[in-house]
Write a protein that binds this ligand. Sequence first.
Ligand SMILES: C[S@@+](CC[C@H](N)C(=O)[O-])C[C@H]1O[C@@H](n2cnc3c(N)ncnc32)[C@H](O)[C@@H]1O
Length: 359
Amino acid sequence: MLCVAPDGCDAQPRRGPSPELPEVSGVADRESLLIAFRLQVGGCSLFGSPFYSELMQKAYDDVEAGGRVGELLATWQGDPVRGFLPLRLFGAVHDHVLAGHAPELARYYPTAGGRADADAAWPAFEAVVAQYAADIAPRLEHFPQTNEVRRCAGLLGGFLEIAERTALPLRHYALGPHTWGDRSSPVGISTDWSGAEPCMSARIEIESRAGCDLAPRRIDDHDDARVLESFVWADQPDRLEELRAAIELAKQDPPRVEEARARDWLPAELAAPAKGLCRVVFHSSLWLYLERDEQNEIRDMLTQQGARATRDQPLAWLRHEDGAVAGTVEIRLTRWPGGEERLLGMGHPHGRRVKWHGR
Ligand SMILES: C[S@@+](CC[C@H](N)C(=O)[O-])C[C@H]1O[C@@H](n2cnc3c(N)ncnc32)[C@H](O)[C@@H]1O
């Protein structure tokens, strides 16, 4: 199996100049900023981060009152809702906490050993924003890079579904009552699995892996790896632990991850001969970051490649992306020849739960 992943594993050094970010026009207006924070207040609360939800509310109040946070964000260019500006800001501040630059705020960040308390944290948060404004501003230009290890649970179900005939024991997974992979692996992915059983007997063999990202991070560089860590919500230390374990493991055998936009990177990857292999294009939590024309281009590209696929050289498109029902993800698979598309399962955006439909 050949796996290609637009927005891969964020595991390789940067090369060359950064591809441009999606087009943005004009300074973010205050109303859009407020909407962006209001959405995050709800999102954090919905997905188990009451501390961030409360802090987001305080940031909202600050923007409304024209405080320090509002001042810092007032010159940001673009759409703060589609650009997830609050997550960029909170990631940048968290980075300072994890780097040990913000001991007062760290007292309230569980990921730094503190006790979550949004009321007590807010003055310290504001102080970090004021003190490090010059460092934080450039960080706001980068997309959020929330790498969530547990999303691999639903993806694994998809890989098992695709594979069935090939094999490679990867890592240890616990899909509810079903376990898979090497139990001694330092990365144990555990999810609340319900519904149909995945194809546990399928054998997956990975022939090669490759991915791309707009800004791949060097996981062997502390500062760069910390950027990935900073996007974990600060009252969810279990996610941080898993990410750190996965980074350590990935260092042993890093995949090729190139700095590129998905639509520019995929054509050459798909053109490479792959006789006797199933090419799997997969992504998670990427689609919502793409402009509509990039989404269409990728879909067309895969459909055209799919039309040339044969039983000897099949193509699969596996995705773990936001679903039609707010707050859920859908795990979808399209396979060629044939182009049949199936909804394999649905789940939690951070992989905490998967409901499998299977076949
Ligand atoms: C939320 S992270 C998801 C990371 C990982 N796939 C996961 O599910 O945990 C989204 C990633 O998509 C990357 N990205 C955004 N637009 C992209 C594009 N057009 N092409 C390639 N990567 C892109 C961002 O740089 C970021 O690292």
